[in-house]
Design a protein around this ligand. Structure first.
Ligand code: ATP
Ligand code: MG
Length: 197
């Protein structure tokens, strides 16, 4: 599983999932868009349905990728322990792996019930440009660290680009570019009209 705000989902997320699936021989990668995330309560997160649909659009062509609504449907802030417990209940016989970028891994220790999370899933930390996986005080044997192709893409940068009128083509899947445009996501302030002649 790969949790995220996915506001919007981008090729960094998709490469991380694909690479880990290949390295660990995973049957399925379940993308789990968060409910209203407490870590990001300082900014307005796009509606859950928009983030969910962008995640579906981005993953639809890959037969091993799927999207779960557990965190969105539970409502409220997402705690990873709840996500893991719900996915475990839906897949009682599965071996669970939790894929996370270097930046998010650094926060694991601050998560509520961090120890129980490590009991429910094997954690896989992937490299991410601008963050270091070294120097992390992680529980021995519970976390694998893997190097993946470096894509310096973040959702924050994608949102900023749309707000400034810069392109996000090739940073996010084509269908996501079109969805952002169709729904008017990430635009700065009210939509500006061209002055009439
Ligand atoms: P934001 O800028 O809004 O925080 P983000 O790009 O970090 O967005 P998230 O939805 O916060 O995306 O991230 C979900 C997961 O994907 C996290 O574990 C994060 O570390 C990982 N991730 C995001 N972008 C990359 C990337 N370019 N390379 C590797 N991992 C990534
Ligand atoms: Mg992030």
């Amino acid at each position: 599983m790969m949790g995220g705000t996915f506001d919007p989902i981008h090729h960094g997320h998709l490469v991380a999932a694909s690479e880990v699936a290949g390295l660990f021989g995973l049957d399925e990668v379940v993308f789990v868009p968060t409910g209203q995330p407490w870590q990001k309560s300082d900014r307005q997160v796009s509606p859950a349905e928009d983030r969910y649909l962008m995640t579906v659009i981005a993953t639809a062509s890959n037969p091993r990728f799927s999207v779960s609504r557990v965190d969105i449907d539970r409502g409220g802030p997402t705690y990873t322990i709840d996500t893991l417990v719900d996915l475990r209940a839906q897949r009682p016989d599965a071996e669970l792996f939790f894929i996370t970028g270097a930046d998010a891994l650094a926060q694991i220790m601050t998560w509520r019930d961090g120890d129980r999370c490590f009991d429910l899933a094997h954690f896989i930390g992937v490299t991410r440009p601008g963050y270091t996986l070294a120097d992390l005080d992680l529980p021995p044997g519970r976390v694998s660290l893997v190097e993946i192709p470096a894509l310096a893409i973040s959702s924050s940068d994608c949102r900023g680009r749309v707000a400034r009128g810069m392109p996000v083509w090739y940073l996010v899947p084509d269908g996501v570019v079109q969805y952002i445009e169709k729904r008017g996501l990430y635009r700065e302030g009210p939509r500006r009209r061209a002055p009439s002649a």
